[in-house]
Design a protein around this ligand. Structure first.
Ligand SMILES: Cc1cc2nc3c(=O)[nH]c(=O)nc-3n(C[C@H](O)[C@H](O)[C@H](O)COP(=O)(O)OP(=O)(O)OC[C@H]3O[C@@H](n4cnc5c(N)ncnc54)[C@H](O)[C@@H]3O)c2cc1C
Length: 461
């Protein structure tokens, strides 16, 4: 099954959850794959320490498999898999140790002989008759040009599709979701923190899910029984509210916290933000780093001083990069729409399932959260991966074709892993069957292939 390295048949741009899953799936289906990544290490946001949301619906049923499963197994073998935890709000997150995930990703790519092109930034592309012929990269030694039969844009920003002339939408900078620098602290006294959660449920966001029939106090008790802190400390609570009012902490909706390592007694934290930044504007994005580092240090000091369990905590690490939640959405043959997400709709050409609530962070303490009906999931049609006007390109992950609200759901990493698997499988099928356009693929055959390789397309809510 695994291909030898000839000149690449499939080039995948971006090695976040969508790109890694696409590369694994394309290789599993016989393609010779090159994975191009701007950073010196693969993983994108999958190695920044975040919990992988969107893998299970609010009822606790798994919705992703295939490469996602192999990566989680790799974390498990390295003692870095905590597994799915419910936040008793509306969300299951698969909690992993990013240090283990980094190695698991490298192992899975190497096992499949995916050729890595690291520290390689796409800056141009050539298109003839609607087909991308080459991509131009800036690399350590200078410039390089690569050709392939099929391309997958998993860059988050839709960088390749944009350069190839695809239509896209991107809100004005002032309307975009804020950028954030997440971080991790170790040496947390988990039992003391869990007692605080149990005894002060009003300090936390709890019981938001439509499928939860418990009070916040009962949810806090269930979290305590589970023994691990996957829960947001709310800005509406006294502890965080007071810190924001005094300026000790920058305004945020909540301190989102989740476990990242049991041996290091470590939790991940998402509590920094800067709004009004266009993440595709390099100068504006780079300039956020000093302020976000200040927010990280203030945040860590606040936790130490004011939140039970953090008194002896030590700042362990920050994410590898300032995280960008929202940029371009490429216009595809089908647009994933609000109704599909909100109403948990099925589509005959569904190639992945999404489940995360519509989750749109705003400036300061603002955040929109709209659940998927019944805590279930929805289908993402294959057409959302096919940019209009281009013939040998698929998009996957955050930049796929979607309305702004729908993107607020499908952007989470579990769903990106699933759309990546679909795009990589489709790319390999195109190469294998000698087709020149994904529109020629029989979607029922693609769906059957995906299901046979672990994707969950049917049989769950
Ligand atoms: C602060 C923050 C908190 C979040 N919290 C969560 C959470 O708790 N759980 C969750 O599941 N999701 C969360 N998300 C959302 C999620 O992390 C992203 O939407 C998701 O990672 C997108 O996956 P992707 O594969 O499309 O892109 P990414 O993970 O962004 O990966 C894209 C890759 O493409 C590379 N790339 C981009 N442009 C180029 C180029 N021109 N040339 C070469 N390479 C390029 C990048 O370097 C990157 O490695 C969060 C996001 C942010 C920013």
């Amino acid at each position: 099954m695994h291909a030898v390295n000839r000149s690449p048949e499939v080039i995948i741009l971006g090695s976040g959850p969508a790109g890694v899953a696409a590369a694994c799936a394309a290789a599993d289906n016989g393609a010779n794959v090159t994975l191009v990544e701007a950073s010196p290490f693969p993983g994108g946001e999958l190695v920044s320490g975040l919990p992988v949301d969107g893998c299970l619906n609010a009822r606790g049923e798994w919705l992703v498999g295939g490469p996602a499963h192999a990566l989680f197994e790799g974390c498990k073998r390295r003692g870095g898999y905590i597994g799915p935890l419910f936040d008793w709000r509306l969300n299951w997150g698969v909690c992993i140790d990013p240090v283990a995930m980094r190695r698991a990703i490298v192992e899975e790519l190497a096992r499949r002989r995916v050729r890595l092109m690291l520290s390689s930034i796409l800056h141009d592309t050539a298109v003839r008759d609607g087909r991308i012929t080459t991509v131009d990269l800036t690399q350590r030694q200078g410039r390089a040009q690569l050709a392939a039969d099929v391309f997958v844009d998993a860059s988050g920003d839709g960088a390749l599709a944009m350069l190839a002339g695809a239509e896209y939408e991107q809100p004005e900078a002032s309307a975009l979701q804020p950028v954030s620098l997440t971080f991790r602290v170790g040496n947390v006294d988990m039992p003391t923190l869990m007692k605080f959660i149990r005894d002060y449920p009003e300090e936390f966001m709890l019981a938001e899910s439509p499928v939860i029939d418990k009070s916040p106090a009962e949810c806090a008790r269930a979290l305590y029984d589970a023994g691990l802190p996957f829960v947001p400390l709310s800005a509406k609570g006294r502890v965080l509210g007071k810190a924001i009012a005094s300026g000790a902490v920058a305004p945020c909706t909540a301190v989102f916290m989740w476990p990242t390592s049991l041996t290091r007694r470590e939790v991940g934290l998402n509590m920094t933000r800067l709004a009004g930044i266009d993440g595709t504007d390099n100068a504006a994005w780079s300039a956020t780093l000093p302020e976000l580092v200040r927010q990280v240090e203030k945040g860590a000091a606040f936790l130490k001083a004011s939140v039970p369990g953090f008194a002896d905590a030590v700042l362990a690490d920050a994410a590898y990069s300032v995280g960008v939640r929202e940029t371009r959405r490429i216009r595809g043959e089908t647009v994933l729409n609000d109704a599909t997400v909100r109403e948990a709709l099925r589509h005959a050409d569904g190639i992945a399932r999404g489940t995360h609530h519509i989750d749109i962070h705003g400036a300061g303490t603002a955040q929109t959260r709209i659940p998927v009906r019944g805590g279930g999931s929805y289908d993402i049609p294959f057409g959302c991966l096919i940019p209009c006007g281009l013939r040998n390109l698929l998009v996957a992950g955050r930049c796929l074709s979607s309305t702004r609200a729908a993107n607020g759901s499908c952007r989470v990493m579990g769903t990106c892993l699933a759309t990546g698997q679909a795009a990589g499988t489709a790319a390999a099928m195109l190469v294998g069957e000698g087709f020149s356009d994904p529109r020629q693929l029989d979607v029922s055959v693609l769906r059957a292939r995906l299901t046979a390789q672990g994707a969950v397309l049917d049989g769950v809510a």
